[in-house]
Design a binder for this molecule. Structure first.
Ligand code: ATP
Length: 370
């Protein structure tokens, strides 16, 4: 059982019908969501959808207009920010420039007036956790960006919070370092068993690090699922479109067999066949969401006739490991198909303006109502 599927597991955090208003503006709209201990929970969504507001309410920097947030069974509204077992790490890191790495990490522990020995032990543990032992005496300007990020993380974890909030924690790092650091972040989260809630604009990052991803829009959570659940089984065109690349084919449904529908998509070839657990009535408007890598592309007619259509290659994007083809169908609809380049391309391969066939399985896409 994953904790969110286990009926006996108590959530660490419960948002219950939480609304946040700024004047007349509704930033969070009647939001209900559980997050479990030891989860790495990602909030993903366009700018202004309310991600930071959710974090700020958890941290206590923002009041709640309606509803309640519970942390470990306790309503947090009455608990002042510094008494919540919650810490927040900002993108800017906000390290003290005149203090050493050691002193930065020790800062909160000293403020709590812990005995020196205990502080020493705890800081050593944090230095080890974040692989910063060698840099303990340096000042922030004497270490790299990635190391500064780890100091900030060590400092946020020093007091052993139950919950760490990470607002774009890797935003200041370049792409390669960012990807490496994502794995470190996952390791550290697992080692400490702290619950992490992360806000990121980077969908790949959310998919890499998170146990579950919440996709938000205008103050609401549209879908919460594991990364592959979000990618393979989006609940709406909005989510399908937000994560990764997708073809959205609009049409009308007509029952075929059990859990299968014909989709009349206005293309002057046979209707396409789609499997769906969701029920559609005959003539109902529907959207088939299908990922480009689920669509094969061939010069010759494929053996299987199901969902095979002819078109012309408009353009090709070569991405090294992958190639994406834009294929125009009769009537003008353009479909993206993607193939893995497992060997070097040659002149015999599909090229621009070729007449091609594209094809996919009935189970390859998701049929959506909106
Ligand atoms: P971004 O990804 O750009 O950081 P976000 O999803 O984190 O966006 P929030 O910062 O949570 O978005 O803001 C949600 C909405 O609430 C935005 O439309 C924002 O303009 C509004 N908002 C945030 N803080 C205030 C405030 N103090 N007063 C009025 N409106 C606010």
């Amino acid at each position: 059982f994953a904790p969110w599927d286990d009926p006996n597991e108590q959530p660490l955090i419960r948002f219950k019908n939480v609304t946040k208003r700024y004047g007349d503006f509704v930033a969070i709209d009647d939001l209900t969501q559980d997050i479990y201990a030891k989860e790495f929970f990602a909030l993903l969504g366009p700018s202004g959808c309310g991600k930071t507001t959710m974090m700020r309410m958890l941290a206590g920097f923002e009041t709640i207009s309606e509803g309640t947030i519970e942390l470990a069974g306790q309503d947090i509204a009455a608990v002042p920010p510094n008494q919540r077992a919650v810490n927040m790490m900002f993108q800017s890191y906000a390290l003290f420039p005149h203090l050493s790495v050691y002193e930065n990490i020790a800062f909160g522990l000293r403020r709590d007036k812990l005995p020196k020995e205990q502080i020493d032990d705890r800081v050593s543990e944090m230095l080890k956790l974040t692989r910063l032992e060698k840099f303990a005496r340096r000042k922030p300007h004497q270490i790299s960006g990635g190391q500064r990020q780890r100091v900030a993380l060590a400092r946020s974890l020093a007091k052993g919070p139950k919950l760490l909030l990470l607002d774009e924690p890797l935003g200041a790092l370049d792409k390669k370092l960012r990807q490496e650091t994502q794995f470190e972040l996952m390791d550290i989260q697992e080692t400490t068993g702290t619950t992490f809630v992360i806000v990121t604009h980077d969908q790949e990052e959310a998919m890499t690090v998170a146990s579950r991803v919440a996709v938000m829009d205008e103050g609401r959570i549209i879908q919460v699922a594991t990364p592959d659940g979000i990618y393979e089984a989006p609940n709406s065109v909005y989510v399908a479109d937000f994560i990764g690349e997708v073809n959205i084919i609009k049409g009308t449904a007509k029952a075929a067999n059990k859990e299968q529908y014909y989709v009349d998509w206005g293309v002057n070839q046979a209707p396409i066949l789609a499997t769906s657990e969701r029920a559609f009535s005959d003539g109902q408007e529907c959207y088939l969401a299908i990922r480009p890598e689920k669509i094969s592309i061939t010069k010759g007619k494929p053996e299987k006739a199901e969902n095979a259509v002819q078109g012309k290659v408009l353009d090709i994007a070569y991405l090294g490991n992958l190639s994406t083809y834009h294929v125009e169908l009769p009537g003008g609809l353009v479909i993206k198909a993607q193939t893995a380049n497992t060997r070097r391309l040659s002149r015999r391969d599909i090229t621009w303006e070729d007449d091609v066939w594209i094809r996919w399985n009935a189970t390859a896409g998701v049929l959506l109502a909106e």
